[in-house]
Design a protein around this ligand. Structure first.
Ligand code: ADP
Ligand code: MG
Length: 387
């Protein structure tokens, strides 16, 4: 599958630009197992990489020109001048790879120009981070070809800068770090404050387990405004509590913190979610490290309840996935990603997968919702050179 995709992208490059690429690279989408909306609170997250990847064929140029093309966006290559890249000039999907070149140059790294042709199997806009896959694949290719010697976490930081400043999307560091640093058969325990990380064994198949991603295929229009409000509310909470970030509120200090917040009901709910969610991540880490994978199920479900009731970013479709999963024998389920649509994840015994899949189809049909896309998420490799 990966080899086939690599060959296709290589052939596409040659057909488009009339020359062989210098190499072919891949970077995956991700699912966040647990740790939702904690990343802009200096907290813990735990993503793992999907088998779905963005693949890019790249050749360096030495005339200051950057040509960008995506097989998934049929049009001629977009041609830009590296020296002219500036956040205000960002347009459409090319803002992601162009932003990476801009961020590298801003950080003092020379990029003399490049031809890029890419294609991606990461579903776009499904909360699986197709955008970070796009950024990281280009960053890794340029890191190799320009011999920049940057470490994976440094590439992730530059990609985040590209997305925050060049594209203009206020996202945390999780997505890019997941794409850059994940390993097959593992989830990545990431402390978003200091970027320290640990690979946690998460080999589902070996234990007869499966993790399903249920993409509701909906994206409710108000999601970006709501993200901004949650973020601002968390910052307000930290300010009222006199801490740098909500990460600094300890789990056993939650009651004291809530009392201190008085009648700030909205902030109290946000603080409750962040503090309990960080705790859930730590508990999932210790369960996985002691081989008790099934026991993380209830923590996933608790996390969903917290996102639905306290953080209030779920929606009818996501709640339906979780309720249906639990009623059909799943070990645990939760929404994942930004909320108001996108995907949910379901931890289940391998044998229960066919019945669960059918249950989702039926439940969505009964509710009059568009059928969800259900697929299995095998914890896969992070960014890498393919050829
Ligand atoms: P997510 O990262 O959750 O998938 P985003 O809105 O952050 O959603 O990123 C989606 C955007 O990334 C798309 O609108 C498009 O601009 C870009 N993108 C994703 N996949 C591709 C692709 N295969 N080719 C070109 N652009 C892509
Ligand atoms: Mg994204």
């Amino acid at each position: 599958m990966a080899a086939e995709q690599a060959q296709q992208v290589r052939d596409g490059f040659t057909a488009l630009y009339g020359a062989e690429p210098d190499g072919v690279w891949a970077a995956p989408g991700r699912v966040n197992l647990i740790g939702e909306h904690t990343d802009y609170n200096d907290g813990f997250v735990m993503p793992f990489a999907l088998p779905h990847t963005a693949v890019a064929a790249v050749a360096l140029r030495h005339d200051g020109v950057l040509r960008l093309h995506s097989a998934d966006m049929p049009s001629d290559p977009v041609e830009l001048r590296v020296a002219d890249l500036a956040p205000e000039t960002a347009q459409g999907w090319t803002a992601y790879p162009a932003g990476v070149v801009w961020a590298l140059r801003e950080a003092g790294h020379e990029v003399p120009g490049a031809d890029v042709h890419l294609a991606s199997t990461v579903p776009s806009g499904a909360g699986l981070s197709s955008s970070a896959a796009l950024e990281v694949v280009v960053a890794l290719a340029l890191n190799d070809l320009c011999e920049l010697g940057l470490k994976r976490w440094q590439l992730a930081r530059l990609c985040q800068r590209a997305e925050n400043i060049y594209v203009g999307a206020p996202t945390g560091i999780m997505d890019q770090t997941a794409a850059a640093c994940c390993q097959a058969g593992h989830a990545l325990f990431l402390d978003t404050r200091d970027l320290s990380q640990r690979q946690i064994p998460f080999d589902l198949a070996a234990q007869g387990l499966r993790l399903l991603v249920v993409d509701t295929q909906v994206k409710h229009a108000h999601s970006e405004g709501e993200y901004g409000k949650r973020r601002a509310g968390c910052e307000k909470g930290a300010a009222l509590l006199g801490v740098d970030a909500l990460r600094d509120v300890p789990y056993d200090g939650l009651d004291t913190a809530l009392a201190q917040l008085g009648d700030e009901e909205e902030v109290r709910r946000l603080v409750t979610h962040i503090v309990t969610e960080n705790r859930r991540v730590e508990r999932v880490v210790s369960l996985l490290e002691s081989g008790e994978t099934r026991a993380i199920g209830p923590l996933l479900t608790e996390g969903h309840a917290s996102l639905r009731d306290d953080f209030r970013i779920s929606c009818a479709e996501l709640d339906l996935v979780v309720d249906t999963a639990l009623a059909s024998g799943a070990l645990g389920a939760r929404m994942t990603g930004g909320g108001f649509g996108g995907s949910a994840i379901v931890l289940a015994e391998a044998d229960d997968v066919p019945a669960l899949t059918k249950a989702f189809e039926e439940a969505f049909a009964n509710a009059g919702f568009t059928a969800p896309r259900v697929f299995e998420a095998v914890p896969s490799a992070g960014a890498r050179r393919l050829a």
